[in-house]
Structures are given as C-alpha cells and as structure tokens.
Design a protein around this ligand. Sequence first.
Ligand SMILES: *Cc1c(COP(=O)(O)O)cnc(C)c1O
Length: 471
Amino acid sequence: MRAHEAGALHAEGYGGPPQWLPYPRNVNDLLPMLWPSSVRRDERGRLQVAGVDAVTLAAQFGTPAYVVDEDDFRARARGFRDAMNGAFSHGADVYYAGKAFLCTAVATWIAQEGLCLDVCSGGELAVAMRAGVPGARVGLHGNNKSAAEIEAALIYGVGRLVLDSFDEIDRVAAIAASLGVVAPVMIRVTTGVEAHTHEFIATAHEDQKFGFSLAGGQAYQAAERVLAESGAMRLLGFHSHIGSQIFDTAGFEVAARRVLDLHGRVEKENGVRLPELDLGGGFGIAYTSEHHPRTPEQLAGDMAAIVARECAAQDVAVPRVSIEPGRAIAGPSTFTLYAVGTVKEVELGGGASRAYVSVDGGMSDNVRTALYAADYSCTMAGRVSDAAPMLSRVVGKHCESGDIVVMDEYLPADVRPGDLIAVPGTGAYCRALSSQYNHVPRPPVIAVRDGVARVIVRRETIEDILALDAL
Ligand SMILES: *Cc1c(COP(=O)(O)O)cnc(C)c1O
C-alpha cells in the first residue's frame, strides 16, 4: 500500500479510536516526545513553556496563536549541525528548509546557530536578506524560478542555485553572463526514489515535476550542459530530495547510492571534481505516539557510512555533504494554542458517540489534517481535570466539514467553552501553509525564551485583509 504523506489514511473513518491511540491512563499526561523540551504542567495544572503558562499567553496575545520555544528550535538546529559535523570528518553543511516556516527572527536564529538557509522563492530570499543571512550561506531552490528571482539571488551572491530544468540552465547562464558573475550551481536529480513516512518506492522513472531524471540520462546531460558553460556556471555537484516525513532510512540509502553513482561517472568521464553533494531533507517527526523518529546522530551516522562506502567503491573523493531538514527543526518546537468555543456530542450509532470540540482557528492555520489526513494530538492547556477521557475530534470554525484539526484524541469529558487546547508539532507547514479562508485573520507567532514571550510575527487583522481590496 502507498502510504500517505503523513501516514496511512484512516481506513474506517467512523467508530472507535484508531489502533495507535491508547486509552489514556491519565488524560492530563504529556507525551514528552511531542512537545518542545521546556513544556511541562505547572503546579496549577497549566501547560507551561520556557516558564510562561498558557493562560498568561492567551491573555496577553489572544488565541489562536502559534507558540514557539526558541531554545528548543535553536537546539534542534544545532543538533543537526553538530551531528553532521560529527559524522563527516571533513565537515558538512545543514541548510534549514525555510519553506517549513520562515520569518525574519527564524532566519536570524538559523544564521546564529551556524546553519545555512534554503529558500525557494524571491519572497523567502527577501526574508534571508532582511535577516542579514550571508549570501554564501543561502541556497535557492524551485522548479520555476523567475528571471527576477535568479538575478536577485546572483546579485546577493547566494552560495548555490539548484537547477531544475534545461530551460533554467539557459536562463541562469544568460543572466550570470549579463551580470558578469559565475553562478555556483547544483543539479537536482530525480532518483526514482519516493519516500513517505514508513514506506518508500524505488522505480526507474518518477512521474513528478522536480529535477532531472537519472534513469532517462537527463541528469547526466544536464551536467554536461553546465560544464560546457564554465564561463557562466560552476558545477558544485548533485542534489537529491526524496520526500517528507520519512522514517525509513532505506529510501535515503537507495537515493544516495544512485546519485553517488552519477557523481562518480560525471567526475571520471569529464575529468572534473564535484566538491559537493546534497541529500535533501524529509526527516520525520512525532505528531502522535505512533511516530518514532530517528535522532540527528543516527541519521548523520547512516549517511556518512553510505557516502563513505559508495565513494570507496567508485574510487572517488568524498564530497562535502549537505542536508536540508525543515520539519525536523521547526515542527516539534511549536504548538498552537486555541480556545474552545463549543462542545457537541455526536451519536455514531451502536451506542458510540464522539465529542466535537470547536476551536477558534482550524484549516486556515493548519491545513495538514484536511490536506494529508495528518494525525495530531492535543491536550487541555489551561487546567487539569479528573473527568473520564472522552474520544474527541477537534474541529475549526471554517465552513467545511473537512475542517478538522485533530482527528482523534482523548480529552477530559468536562471540556467546555473557554478551555484552552494546545496542539503540538505545528511549527512546520502550518503557518507556512496558512490561508485567509473565510477571511479569518492568521494567528501570530509568539517566541518564548527564559520566561519572556514576544511576538515574532504579529497577528493579522481584518484591516490587513481589507487593505488588499480595491473599492
Ligand atoms: C521540502 C524540502 C525540504 C524540507 O523537507 P522537510 O520534510 O521539511 O525536511 C528540503 N529540500 C527540498 C528540496 C524540499 O523541497
């Protein structure tokens, strides 16, 4: 079976809890692996992050709000940096994939922690520039970069452009020549490996929009084209990214083997040295108790072993390796804080029922549940309760029945309007994929560190939304 981006689709849909959701021993307990490291319950039973409790955060900043534990975010970034540098004796680079979540403060944290930054549009590049991330530490991705985006990146002096098509090779060569610069480039390779969550598929061909195919020989041809443009482009090496929310390292292994085979052939047959290799991102995180992510040390160790083995087998020098984690840095550092507006018990037949708990946000601030049938968990954040656990579904305020935030979770049976609910693991692809659906203004992002909370992205207002409308 092909797994979904964020796990197998719910097979039954109605009825009891999914297999992975155990009946809780204590409905107030937190599962530490789902939360930022500083999160705990204080003596009043309130959820607390970096010393600030959820009731205080809600009173000060309103709900819904994304709350990020700044030290946790920074520690995850450093964790990848240190693990990669530990595993690769000649050093390695970690590019934070800004598309997971980017704002000026986050770009600053990434630069301060010694990481590089991956951007995939002129907008993301503008954030990197505003935060002062040095150009040499920025990489530009995208399958359809505009001439303006390419020009802005070259003028800023980005460390790499990742090329995605023959049209783009011509475009970058022309723009670099007109600017009188040599563009440092990588070639994105489609390895025929597609990985999602627990499974991967290795094929000869891959029917998707990104990259140059390996099997069809296009990746090799792209390298020859770039090498022929040596006055305008410098080929750093190849890039491979195989999917997202991956737990199974076998997919990375097959992809790395395939791309290193190409790397070795291009080096030998063209008499060149390719100094770099990028193995992409996609490292899975825990959204619920069903997920068991590997540590950065395990991932980096596996990668170093594969790269060393393949380079030795082909008798080529080990290139400088980079990776691009997005979700694994941003995701677990953040939770979304909502307020409950209504609680409704819905009969499912056969005596079973489910509580529908409506919160003041929804698919506009977290579309992953609706888009990918992603699983999340949640807890009451403003108090603890002695009430029995009740199977619940946390839904939003939007005009869609698919507007679900948490598909299945046990909440105490006395959950009521005014209660606070916190959903962990919302730092990646939530704010980044947010919308103004139903003209619901987007929540702020609040960073908490050492007992101090501050706004790093302010709440959108109705005025912000109306400001775009012409009269
Ligand atoms: C999305 C993406 C990433 C980051 O993926 P995560 O699952 O967030 O780690 C890295 N590289 C490329 C090219 C991407 O498209």
